[in-house]
Design a protein around this ligand. Structure first.
Ligand code: URA
Length: 242
């Protein structure tokens, strides 16, 4: 169990250190550094791309239209913003909401990694391609990796990475919204059964290290849970297939 007071203190210290960050050109156009928000000991951490206008103005990630959708998606799986931690690949708003440049991402990455080291989430849900590329260390397109689990280490912390479309991609495209809604239901399963996923990977490792969640699997409430144990032993057989 992560020490909540210690983690809170660590995040505060890091935020204070970065408040006047000038490590890349984004400092010139920002109103403020948008550090991150949420539980310092969250099991689930979201990583987006970078602050937009509203985030830059308010100093909090995902408070605009895309943020409203993220909040709704969280609510749909029984979570509030305060239950999770939300951060971005870059902490300052790219001018005109352009994509962050490689040098801006490189300058900001150590700070995101430090946040991961402090929070020690079990699951990192990457929102869109920039976060997915960085956190999952993949060049694969979102369409092929979204809704899939990757077991890896981020900043030395063992995590399950779960990429989903960026909520902004769903704002004007209802089809993307349905995909996001489905993926959040899978995310709920990953959160509830993460250890089982690890056990299954260990027993039958896919070459890529990624596990496709079965769309047919019953929701956790419909299936018996098991205590941690080796995959394939006893009650593990009762789990829905991943
Ligand atoms: N989009 C992001 O990627 N991050 C935010 O904080 C807001 C919108």
């Amino acid at each position: 169990m992560n020490d909540e007071a210690g983690a809170r203190k660590g995040l505060r210290a890091l935020a204070a250190e970065l408040a006047d960050c000038r490590a890349c050109g984004l400092c010139a156009g920002r109103t403020q550094v948008v550090f991150g928000v949420g539980s310092p000991v969250a099991d689930l951490m979201f990583v987006g791309e970078g602050p937009g206008y509203h985030e830059d103005t308010q100093g909090e990630p995902f408070v605009g239209q895309a943020g409203k959708l993220l909040t709704e998606l969280l609510q749909s799986i029984g979570l509030a913003r305060g239950d999770v931690y939300i951060a971005n690949v870059v902490k300052c708003r790219p001018p005109g909401n352009r994509d962050p440049l490689p040098e801006e991402i490189a300058a900001c990455t150590p700070h995101l990694m430090e946040q991961v080291r402090i929070i020690r989430p079990r699951v990192v849900c990457t929102l869109g391609r920039f976060a997915t590329r960085l956190i999952a260390q993949t060049e694969a397109g979102m369409t092929s990796v979204r809704g899939r689990v990757k077991q890896t280490e981020v900043a030395g912390v063992p995590v399950l990475v779960f990429p989903v479309f960026h909520p902004a991609a769903a704002l004007y495209t209802p089809a993307n919204r349905s995909v996001l809604e489905e993926d959040f239901l899978k995310l709920k399963r990953v959160l509830e059964r993460g250890t089982d996923a690890l056990a299954r990977v260990a027993a039958d490792p896919p070459l890529s290290g990624e596990v496709q969640l079965s769309g047919e699997a019953p929701l956790p409430s419909e299936a018996p849970l098991r205590a941690d144990g080796p995959a394939g032993s006893g009650p593990a057989e009762q789990l829905p297939l991943w």
